[in-house]
Design a protein around this ligand. Sequence first.
Ligand code: NAD
Ligand code: DAU
Length: 336
Amino acid sequence: MPRLFVTGGCGFIGSNFIRQLLNSDPNVHITNFDALTYAGNLANLADVANNPRYSFVKGDITNRADVMTALEENADGLIHFAAESHVDRSILDSGPFVRTNVIGTQVLLDAARAKKVKRYVQVSTDEVYGSLGATGLFTESTPLSPNSPYSASKAAADMLVMSYVHTFGMDAVITRCSNNYGPYHFPEKLIPLFITNLMNDRQVPVYGDGMQIRDWIYVTDHARGVEAAWRNGKHGEVYNFGGRCEMLNIRLTELLLELLGKPKSLIKYVQDRPGHDRRYAIDCSKAERELGWQPLVKFEVGLKDTIAWYQANQAWVNQVRSGEYLKYYETQYGTR
Ligand code: NAD
Ligand code: DAU
């Protein structure tokens, strides 16, 4: 009966991970520890809220006392998703990124040691590798070369994890995934922002020349990868996950316009993101070889399903866009 402590489970990827694992493993018990920042939404897991194998604890990973109270002794895994995750916000103010992504990770590592957690999984990102030229792929041995305050804070956290493996013999693995998309994605990131803007005939802001490349993966494929790394990853190893699906931002924008039946006049070129990484692309052959993992969802299918999800969940979109969802906790649990 595996017992997992998941951080950041009310965000985009964490909520998809929890739902998927509760459904696929009838024995697993999950505690979801989340601070409910602007990106954390209890509605993302409303369908599992009453599952007896699931519990929610509101808490901040930078608060050692909160973490030590919630984390049980000898848990089978600590899966660490919680983060400040949006690059543009890190450019406006890097403070919360250093606090949550670096200090929060340090607090969790110490707590995991103290409570003898059996395996620690650090959910990291391909952005720690920096930016690629026209050719080549990120492998697990690509040197870390982060370019934004967000990716620098994630790289610092990865380094801390590796230091605990080396110094204390901690059983930890790190996962580094490319750009996710799918249901419950906060509409500040490209795909959900563009879908929800286009649904309302609003323009979509393409940064710079739109010729940047991202490697897209459906969120449930990433979630399966994190699960595989927890169950079957080797002590101290890093695993890359990607969708083998590179696409220019402008091509993706045109595809979204096409699928939503909207005119090209809704494209608005805007000032580029400072320090904008040009290209990300992942070599995920190690995960395929060693974990028996593969991305399963084809981009055309995943993208259509994602659009359909946003169309069917207009109330969720409206709540998120208006900030109304932030009040939900108070009605359910009292003062936030
Ligand atoms: P998200 O922003 O949607 O969710 C983050 C969650 O963490 C929210 O529920 C938030 O409330 C919680 N959180 C933030 N600060 C916290 C704190 N101090 N204490 C407790 N909880 C806190 O993020 P996401 O897109 O789901 O990303 C999850 C993880 O995956 C992050 O670590 C991110 O770096 C990594 N990642 C994301 C992507 C992607 O494409 N989104 C790709 C690769 C890796
Ligand atoms: O690669 C993994 C990373 O992917 C994760 O670690 C991050 O948490 C996640 O936010 C994501 O980072 P990106 O910066 O790649 O994602 P974003 O959706 O913000 O932007 C995708 C691309 O689209 C990027 O080249 C910037 C561009 N963009 C983005 C927005 C929000 C635009 O052109 N216009 C926009 O309005």
